[in-house]
Ligand binder design. Structure first.
Ligand SMILES: [Zn+2]
Length: 279
């Protein structure tokens, strides 16, 4: 089988990217445009190059396609923090851009497959055929939100094209029992009843789609996992794996999981840069 080598090399690229990021952030430099472009464009292009090499495809073409997809994704990410005040049309436009960009990038050096996450399911268009499949993380996470006492917010879910939950707040404004102002889990999130901080959480839901194109998913690490879930489910566990790794890194280096990990830095950076005035 050829995928373990591809997997090893891709994993190395991811670790290298995280290390470059860590080093550049250890001192004075804050998260900036360069980091966003690296995460959205350069990394997908580098992984596409490795994939094309292993598939015996044209490397240059694959790199161009992945970089182009990454660029579209990047434009969608820039819109995320502003969507709290925008129309549903704009929110869906951003979501479609991220999904199209990620599909282009993950298909580079291979056959084009369009994949889009919508709530607990994924829409997959392949070979002129459209299939809808449930995804592991996207099904389990809403159940956790409900068990925690969050209620499904139908209006906002429809508005953003992603499952949005609401929860009562305590006197200090944090969500009851969580200590957070808002939080996300894979491609869904919980806010207060006014939907505050949805823009920030939407960045995380877009990260979920972007991460789904990496070979970090659980099926690549647990032997026999893919066979067990079969072809009827999508393995969308890459975001959680990535988040878990970043949290482990924060724990081991005495940094904050809520502010210092790359995922949070990206969300706060985009929020500060594209959502004015800061709220
Ligand atoms: Zn966050």
């Amino acid at each position: 089988m050829q995928f373990p080598i591809f997997l090893q090399r891709s994993a190395l690229l991811l670790v290298a990217a995280l290390m470059i990021f860590t080093c550049s952030n250890a001192r004075v430099k804050a998260f900036g445009d360069r980091d966003v472009v690296m995460i959205n464009v350069a990394l997908p292009a580098a992984i596409a190059a490795v994939r094309a090499y292993h598939n015996g495809q044209n490397i240059e073409k694959a790199v161009l396609q992945a970089a182009f997809g990454g660029y579209i994704m990047y434009q969608g990410f820039k819109m995320a923090p502003t969507l709290q005040e925008e129309s549903a049309l704009k929110a869906w436009q951003a979501k479609c851009m991220v999904n199209l960009g990620a599909s282009l990038a993950e298909s580079a050096g291979d056959k084009f497959v369009f994949r889009m996450d919508i709530g607990p399911v994924w829409l997959i268009a392949k070979d002129g055929d459209i299939r809808i499949k449930p995804a592991l993380n996207a099904v389990v996470a809403p159940i956790i939100h409900l068990l925690e006492g969050s209620k499904l917010d139908f209006n906002r879910s429809f508005h953003y094209g992603t499952l949005a939950f609401k929860r009562s707040v305590t006197t200090d404004g944090t969500l009851n029992g969580s200590g957070a102002l808002a939080y996300s889990n894979a491609n869904n999130f919980t806010t207060n009843k006014d939907g505050m901080h949805a823009g920030h959480e939407l960045v995380h839901t877009f990260q979920y789609r972007r991460d789904s194109m990496y070979p970090l998913r659980i099926g690549n690490f647990l032997k026999g996992f893919d066979e067990r879930i079969g072809d009827n489910w999508v393995d969308d566990t890459a975001w959680s794996m990535n988040w878990g790794l970043q949290c482990a890194w924060a724990d081991s280096t005495g940094r904050s999981k809520d502010f210092d990990i790359p995922m949070e830095k990206e969300a706060y950076y985009l929020e500060q840069k594209y959502r004015q005035p800061w709220r």
